[in-house]
Write a protein that binds this ligand. Structure first.
Ligand SMILES: [Zn+2]
Length: 67
């Protein structure tokens, strides 16, 4: 059983879907609850950005479903 989540966010620079890595599901759930920014990273652009409100909603659904 893996504790990582496969959630992607679109890079604002190159418009490619980049996987959200480096967070455990617990950390993501905690950040969502706290209303804190969740940052995604693109290794091609070396760019960080906070995921959108819409993506947060998708993520919350995703985390809820796999409980
Ligand atoms: Zn990019």
């Amino acid at each position: 059983m893996s504790d990582s989540t496969l959630f992607s966010s679109e890079c604002p620079t190159c418009k490619q879907e980049r996987l959200l890595t480096g967070y455990t599901r617990e950390e993501l759930a905690e950040l969502l609850r706290a209303g804190a920014d969740i940052e995604a990273y693109c290794s091609s652009c070396e760019e960080h950005w906070p995921i959108s409100t819409e993506e947060r909603a998708d993520l919350a659904r995703e985390l809820g479903r796999k409980r």
